[in-house]
Write a protein that binds this ligand. Structure first.
Ligand code: F6P
Ligand code: MG
Length: 468
């Protein structure tokens, strides 16, 4: 159940795969090594076993970095008890002699993160350690201006809703606003932080930036998804929205605004969030990130008045929060933790989300999960990697219909799905004739689809799979 269209390879000179594997992966691996090294140094001398084991993990990740840099063969994953190891290794074997820098991009990048995870899973003392947690938390701290702006705006929306019923037109505008907040929340993920500063990120997150960015949404099918939700609401009964999450911190915050809004308006009666089960593509949500976000909102002063790593380096201190800012964040804590406690907002991890293959395999590799998603009113896929997986990271002509590129998840899949994706890779489908050429002509120097690498452009693509 894979596409016949060739996938992007880490050896394609004109693809972002080439740059990613050669320039970004080593930086990400170095960050992981530093993190464990710091965690080891922070241990008491008496914790000898944990220290020794930590040092061995540092060596193992260091060896992995060496393999990548020197384009060594990709070797089978060591068994760490995970049910997905066998499938990874079967796929690797099927690829034949494959080296890091001459491999399918999607599989090799997934394998990279799965490989890092084996070293922790196989340990005694480091099983729960998330090498990216420190970075995720620090970046969320520096998202403070946008978090405060959105918290105030969202609380105002909720209190309006409690007072009056908006007109259909006003309701649709607010839905669009909230969905676009969730979309652009994806623009600032950590795997791209190797090239973005915190200041760049703050600029990207503000409301003015969002308005200006509307013209960068190349395809906007939000109305189709909204129609599906309105119809389900009019029909009454249970209606679930599933959100296949992407990144922690600011993006998760934005996704919770969307989830909370759907529940508050009755567009959904429950929302199921799908996090990853292992640390993934640096910034992706694992269940502990959800808990960490709620606890930051529970005690906003403790969280946002602590210096971020950048502030620490610069010797600056965050300003104290104003009382109304604290109150706005605490209100969000009460809102979301209440929804979670009553079961309307759920979190459901599944190992399928961190498998090495595309979502073309969902019906066959994860039939129970697939059945659940077929029951859902709307399945929202967040972010770039989820989009790449939906369309199998293949080199489609950019005018290919989205439903076709979805393969078994397209027409007749029984799943209505919406992808909210800022473009950070080569693949893109559903564009009008000539658009790719136009953007390529504007991108300046260099071959390939460079315009699609930076998160500046976005696609909001809907596929109605329930009609058959
Ligand atoms: O573009 C770099 C990259 O790491 C891609 O490999 C990956 O698809 C993406 O970023 C991760 O972004 P997101 O968090 O939006 O999935
Ligand atoms: Mg991500």
């Amino acid at each position: 159940h894979d596409t016949k269209t060739p996938q992007y390879l880490t050896s394609d000179r004109s693809s972002f795969a080439f740059t990613s594997a050669r320039s970004r992966w080593p930086v990400i691996l170095t960050g992981a090594i530093d993190d464990v090294h710091r965690a080891v140094s922070a241990l008491e001398l008496s914790q000898t076993d944990k220290r020794e084991e930590g040092k061995r993990i540092v060596e193992a990740v260091g060896a992995l970095k060496y393999e990548v840099l020197h384009d060594r063969a990709m070797t089978p994953l060591e068994d760490d008890g995970g049910s997905d190891i066998e499938e990874y290794n079967r796929e690797l074997a099927a690829l034949g002699e494959t080296t890091w820098l001459h491999a399918p991009w999607l599989f090799s990048e997934c394998y990279l993160y799965r490989r890092i995870a084996t070293h922790f899973a196989r340990s005694t003392h480091w099983k729960q350690h998330d090498v990216f947690a420190r970075q995720k938390i620090s970046t969320f701290r520096s998202s403070r201006p946008a978090v405060l702006e959105l918290a105030t705006r969202y609380n105002a929306i909720l209190s309006d809703l409690a007072r009056t019923t908006p007109s259909a037109e006003a309701a649709s505008l607010v839905f669009t606003e909230i969905a676009e907040i969730s979309l652009w929340g994806n623009a600032t993920d950590l795997s791209l932080l190797t090239s973005l500063s915190y200041a760049d990120i703050q600029k990207l997150q503000g409301s003015e930036a969002r308005k200006a960015a509307e013209k960068h949404i190349l395809i906007n099918d939000l109305h189709a998804a909204y129609d599906v939700l309105l119809k389900a609401q009019a029909a009454g009964g249970e209606r679930t929205v599933d959100i296949i999450l992407d990144n922690a911190g600011f993006e998760l915050f934005a996704d919770l605004l969307l989830a909370g809004y759907l529940l508050a308006t009755g567009l959904a009666t429950s929302v199921t969030l799908h996090p990853k089960s292992i640390p993934w593509f640096v910034s992706d949500v694992v269940p502990a990130d959800f808990a960490a976000l709620l606890s930051a909102l529970h005690d906003p002063r403790a969280f946002f008045e602590t210096a971020s790593e950048e502030e620490e380096r610069e010797g600056t201190k965050p300003a104290p929060l104003a009382d109304d800012e604290v109150a706005a964040l605490e209100a969000l804590f009460a809102h979301w933790s209440g929804l979670h406690a009553e079961g309307a907002l759920r979190m459901r991890p599944n190992a399928f989300w961190t498998a090495g293959g595309s979502f073309w395999r969902l019906p066959t590799s994860a039939p129970r999960l697939y059945e659940d998603l077929r029951e859902s009113t709307l399945v929202v896929f967040k972010g770039d990697l989820n989009y790449r997986k939906l369309v199998a990271d293949a080199a489609w002509a950019p005018t290919t219909a989205f439903a076709e590129a979805l393969g078994p998840m397209g027409k007749a899949s029984g799943v209505d799905l919406l992808s909210l994706r800022t473009c950070k890779a080569d693949v893109v489908v559903g564009l009008p004739e000539g658009k790719d050429e136009e953007l390529r002509a504007e991108q300046g120097e260099g071959e390939g689809r460079r315009w699609a690498w930076s998160g500046k452009w976005a696609v909001v693509s809907f596929s109605g799979g329930k009609k058959g």
